[in-house]
Ligand binder design. Structure first.
Ligand code: DQA
Length: 176
């Protein structure tokens, strides 16, 4: 017998034909707008998210955004993305860029292609910011272009997903 709960859960795991993109923001990015504007600009996280969701709607893609200050919550959200058949992730791991093997492992475990975004140019800042635990797994990295970097990453994701067949494989491009 199928209970209400399990049929709802089963419905969630059916892959969507509408491309799904998840935008993940790490710790302290909820402070954008007032946080060190010389590095991170004046756009708030809401401004950034609204623009990305709007662009997704125009392109017929579902863009979801998620910010959390805790590593475990970000990891859980990545696991959820795999269960939901998310097609592409755009992630700014923020401070976890330079510290989190666990967050890296979560992305590696799901094998969902992702672009790493940083508002600031991490290579033009303190030496401890020069190393990222994510860049070698990422399809690409955008660093130093402010909020525009997220938009460029989304344009790439939308283009990449245009080439996909309904089963999630790529027609012309190799899936990462
Ligand atoms: C950041 C750069 C990181 O070094 C920093 O810890 C952040 C934000 C960026 O977007 O430029 O929190 O990822």
């Amino acid at each position: 017998m199928t209970t209400k709960r399990s049929s709802r859960a089963a419905a969630k795991t059916v892959p969507s034909l509408r491309p799904q993109v998840l935008v993940l923001h790490g710790p302290n990015l909820n402070m954008l707008g007032s946080r060190e504007p010389k590095h991170y600009g004046l756009a708030t996280l809401d401004d950034i998210n609204r623009a990305l969701v709007g662009r997704g709607e125009t392109a017929g893609a579902q863009v979801e955004t998620f910010q959390h200050n805790h590593e475990g919550a970000l990891i859980d959200r990545i696991h959820q993305a795999a269960r939901d058949h998310v097609d592409f992730i755009i992630v700014n791991p923020a401070g976890y860029t330079h510290t989190s093997v666990a967050l890296r492992d979560a992305l590696a475990a799901t094998a969902i292609p992702f672009v790493e975004v940083h508002l600031s140019n991490i290579y033009a800042r303190e030496p401890f910011r020069h190393h990222s635990y994510f860049s070698d797994l990422a399809v690409g990295v955008v660093s130093g272009l402010g909020a525009h970097g997220y938009e460029l990453a989304l344009e790439y994701a939308l283009r990449h997903l245009q080439n996909r067949t309904p089963h999630g494989s790529q027609k012309t491009e190799k899936a990462h």
